[in-house]
Design a protein around this ligand. Structure first.
Ligand SMILES: Nc1nc2c(ncn2[C@@H]2O[C@H](COP(=O)(O)OP(=O)(O)OP(=O)(O)O)[C@@H](O)[C@H]2O)c(=O)[nH]1
Ligand SMILES: [Mg+2]
Length: 448
């Protein structure tokens, strides 16, 4: 089954291109299956026209990033975007969610949905949509939210996964927390799952694991694209029965989003390192899985600086009998996890440590909370890699911080008039805050 990727705003355009680049580079994996999911092959019309074409729609309100993205893709020499797969205007949304959502959205709905429809018609069977955007600007976040609602209305039976880039905490955009709150609260109604990457975390991966000195968005996007590739490339959803996952977005969402109140997904991958370090490293499944499990329970999204003091309570003991350190160092409680293993000797990997009930909220039986995908095909240059996509408390902290900061600004009505001007009322803001408070409360309760 194929998926259509909808890339919106600067962040979505740049990261989306990095994703197709990563998928097109993964030459070792099952080419036809992977290829078919995200590319189609047009009838060759002329020189350069025979390259695989990404199943993508690009949308931005400025033409600059679109034209750069299109030409960078063609320059790869391995794939390209369709000649008429993009929509752009002359002026961006000025980091204003309301401008994207209330103005550009309705105005350009027909043109954008027309592009989407044409891409959908090229899919023999549609798995669903992967939309990619940052939550801090105006176009990706505002227009992206609007387009997601249109997708939901037009394709009620298709899966929609929104990949969202979370801004740096220190922030380049003064109203980023407003935009993030408005995006999440609205997407919570129309999307099937929100997979969030935090720029701060990925920046740390680039500096501490990849040893990059001057970190650019290109570096950050490569890391995120690698993580996404790990979940989107083909794998067996049931190794013992040799069942092959045919619906990349549906399989993922059905494993992880089992309750409409919980749609926030985060992910961690191991190993991630520079090419130089990789040459001198060997990996074993027990070591990889031990580290990945600790990353999950201590909520460290990278291998460096894992806090090994965070432990799970010993099962069977009443809370009072537990060593006090267990209660002090809060661990990350999960609702559901998807573990994805790629590489040599994958059949020997012992995954039982991810199946323990204490990892999961009490009302979710571990047997249905954990899904495992695996394949002996290595992914890109890593001979073995392990990834966990998690529906857990791991995003509580960035979410709580953004909502608190946005609320503080809203209390003094800072910048609110600029949103009202474009059609968002104070009431809408309040509704969004209420939705987010509810989401935060639900995730907090997982740990009780
Ligand atoms: N990871 C990543 N983040 C990006 C990239 N480009 C921008 N961002 C982040 O995205 C946010 C800014 O949003 P943009 O995507 O530039 O905004 P936009 O959607 O184009 O909206 P307008 O420019 O307001 O029309 C900031 O938080 C940036 O950190 C990128 O290539 N990769
Ligand atoms: Mg922009």
């Amino acid at each position: 089954m194929a998926a259509v990727v909808v890339q919106l705003g600067q962040g979505g355009l740049q990261l989306g291109r990095a994703l197709f680049e990563e998928l097109s580079r993964d030459g070792d994996s099952d080419r036809s299956a992977s290829h078919h999911r995200f590319f189609h092959s047009p009838q060759a019309a002329g020189p350069g026209q025979a390259l695989p074409v990404a199943r993508a729609v690009l949308v931005d309100m400025e033409s600059k990033v679109i034209s750069r993205t299109l030409s960078q893709a063609t320059k790869s020499g391995r794939w390209r975007y369709g000649d008429q797969s993009y929509f752009c205007q002359k002026q961006g949304s000025g980091n204003n969610w309301a401008n994207g959502f209330c103005v550009h959205g309705p105005r350009h709905e027909e043109a954008v949905m027309d592009l989407v429809r044409r891409e959908v018609e090229k899919c023999e069977r549609l798995s669903g949509f992967l939309t990619m955007m940052s939550v801090a600007g105006g176009t990706g976040s505002g227009l992206g939210t609007y387009v997601t609602q249109c997708l939901r209305d037009t394709y009620p039976n298709s899966f929609i996964l929104n990949q969202l880039t979370w801004p740096y905490g220190t922030g380049e955009v003064i109203v980023q927390n407003y935009n993030a709150v408005l995006t999440l609260s609205h997407l919570y109604r129309s999307s099937d799952g929100l997979l969030i990457h935090e720029n701060d975390t990925v920046h740390k991966i680039c500096s501490q694991l990849m040893n990059i000195k001057q970190i650019s968005f290109t570096d950050i996007n490569k890391v995120i694209a690698h993580q996404l590739g790990n979940i989107l490339q083909p794998a067996y959803t049931n190794w013992d029965m040799l069942e092959y996952g045919t619906n990349p977005l549906g399989d993922l969402l059905e494993s992880l989003v089992t309750h409409p109140e919980y749609k926030l997904l985060s992910m961690m991958t191991i190993p991630q390192m520079s090419d130089t370090s990789l040459q001198f490293s060997t990996f074993t499944w027990p070591a990889l899985l031990k580290h990945l499990r600790q990353m999950l329970i201590a909520n460290t999204k990278m291998e460096a600086g894992i806090d090994w003091r965070v432990t799970l309570p010993v099962t069977g003991l009443p809370p009072a009998a537990e060593p006090s350190r267990n209660r002090k160092l809060h661990f990350n409680t999960s609702l559901a996890n998807l573990l994805i293993l790629r590489g040599k000797e994958v059949q020997d990997a012992d995954t039982s440590a991810f199946k323990e009930q204490v990892l999961y909220t009490s009302w979710m039986p571990a047997a249905s909370a954990l899904s495992i995908w695996s394949t002996s095909q290595p992914f890109n240059k890593y001979e073995k890699s392990a990834t966990v996509v998690s529906n857990s408390q791991s995003l509580l902290q960035p979410l709580d911080t953004a909502v608190t900061k946005a609320w503080d600004m809203f209390a003094s009505r800072a910048y609110v008039h600029q949103y009202v001007k474009h059609g968002i009322s104070e009431e809408d803001f309040l509704d969004s805050f209420t939705t987010m408070e509810q989401v935060i409360a639900s995730y907090s309760n997982l740990g009780l």
